[in-house]
Design a protein around this ligand. Structure first.
Ligand SMILES: *Cc1c(COP(=O)(O)O)cnc(C)c1O
Length: 376
């Protein structure tokens, strides 16, 4: 760190490690010299987007891409507003919902402020916090031997710790959580929201909302009116299948949306992402089919892993997080060598785990067969 170029970098930034994404298919194909690589590493929709997205993008090719996009996202916001029954002034569009998480940190986090989130929560929460030179208050998760929700968010602990930390200005909750798949019930979340002081903003990250059983889905739309300090994030990257285009959004109080808009770069959504997100939102039948495939595969793959004697964390998302009871790096490597990309969990402090996204039946069979080979 004596290098002159590091010397003046902010300490929070120096303490960071860059996010390690799932390996791109092309990269492994180049490395192995094989064509048929399966990627189950980034929780993408194995069906891809609705065919209607393709049609909309083909039409959009006629757009004049020399012009800036609609910086207000008028048409997409109108659709999101109708979908959620909310006014457009309470919607903020992001270049992925990751964008929203960073806006929140920029608004509410900084030196002398603290941001609260669970251990084993989404990797972007610490990244956004540290980049602002704010303190991370990491709440211990439920223990590994918890009877129902190992590694899950302990919202009662959030409440307890929040009472002792008046410097916390922002709380991140991922429900269901990535990388664990664990969840909190609507009752737990509501009890937590009741306990939070009105000046502390709670970001409820619902990237995997549609994959949850109906009975477990939050009624965040009602909460948004009751708790002005609540913000809900959704993304077009997961069930809507357009991770490659980058679009997400937040629902919040109009005042929070106003603040988010102040830090947002003026054209954070490109023209094609806006058009694709509109088409994706319109095709709820595609969402239904995607959810159905996921529910089926989550049960089937979970059962097959169980037969191999492996422990799988409870999941309401589109992935399973699997404990191998020993360093999982060689297993990850063995799967890579067989053309199957899954997500190692060492960077999350869970080195004996791998996270595998649910694919099509064929892709999941490929994963299961390769795993059986690797485990010998
Ligand atoms: C995938 C994911 C997101 C969304 O990422 P995008 O930036 O919208 O692609 C947000 N939160 C969690 C917990 C996720 O897993």
């Amino acid at each position: 760190m004596t290098d002159a170029l590091y010397r003046n970098a902010l300490p929070g930034v120096l303490s960071l490690h860059a996010y390690t994404p799932g390996m791109p298919i092309d990269e492994l194909q180049r490395r192995l010299g094989i064509a048929d690589v399966v990627k189950l590493a980034s929780n993408e929709n194995p069906l891809g987007p609705s065919p209607k997205v393709g049609v909309a993008l083909a039409e959009a090719a006629r757009l004049n891409l020399g012009l800036y996009p609609d910086g207000s996202g008028y048409k997409l916001k109108a659709k999101i507003a109708a979908y959620h029954g909310i006014t457009p002034d309470r919607i903020t569009l992001g270049n992925g919902s990751n964008d929203i998480l960073e806006f929140l940190a920029r608004i509410y986090a900084g030196p002398g402020r603290a941001v609260m989130f669970s251990d084993y929560a989404f990797a972007v929460y610490p990244l956004a916090t540290m980049a602002q030179n704010a303190e991370a208050v990491v709440v211990p998760a439920y223990p590994a031997d918890h009877p129902t929700m190992p590694y899950g968010h302990d919202l009662e602990a959030f409440t307890r710790i929040l009472k002792t930390r008046s410097d916390v200005s922002l709380v991140f909750i991922a429900n269901p959580n990535n990388p664990t798949g664990t969840w909190n019930t609507p009752q737990e979340i509501e009890a937590f929201l009741d306990s939070v002081p009105p000046h502390v903003v709670v970001a409820l990250d619902e990237a995997y909302f549609d994959y949850q059983d109906v009975a477990l889905r939050s009624n965040a739309r009602v909460w948004l009116d009751r708790y002005p300090n609540l913000l809900v994030c959704r993304t077009f990257s997961k069930v809507y299948g357009i991770a490659g285009l980058r679009a997400g959004y937040a629902l919040s109080d109009a005042k929070v949306a106003d603040l988010l808009n102040r830090v947002r770069q003026p054209f954070n959504n490109n023209s094609l992402a806006l058009v694709a997100a509109e088409a994706a939102l319109d095709d709820q039948e595609h969402v239904r089919q995607s959810v159905e495939l996921n529910s089926r595969e989550r049960v089937r793959v979970g059962a097959e892993l169980g037969k191999l004697g492996l422990r799988v964390l409870p999941s309401q998302a589109n992935f399973l997080t699997v404990d191998f009871g020993r360093d999982a790096a060689p297993i990850h490597q063995g799967l890579l060598e067989r053309g199957v990309i899954v997500r190692p969990m060492g960077s999350y402090g869970m080195p004996t785990f791998l996270r595998v996204s649910m694919g099509t039946e064929r892709e999941d069979d490929r994963f299961l067969n390769s795993l059986r080979e690797v485990l010998g």
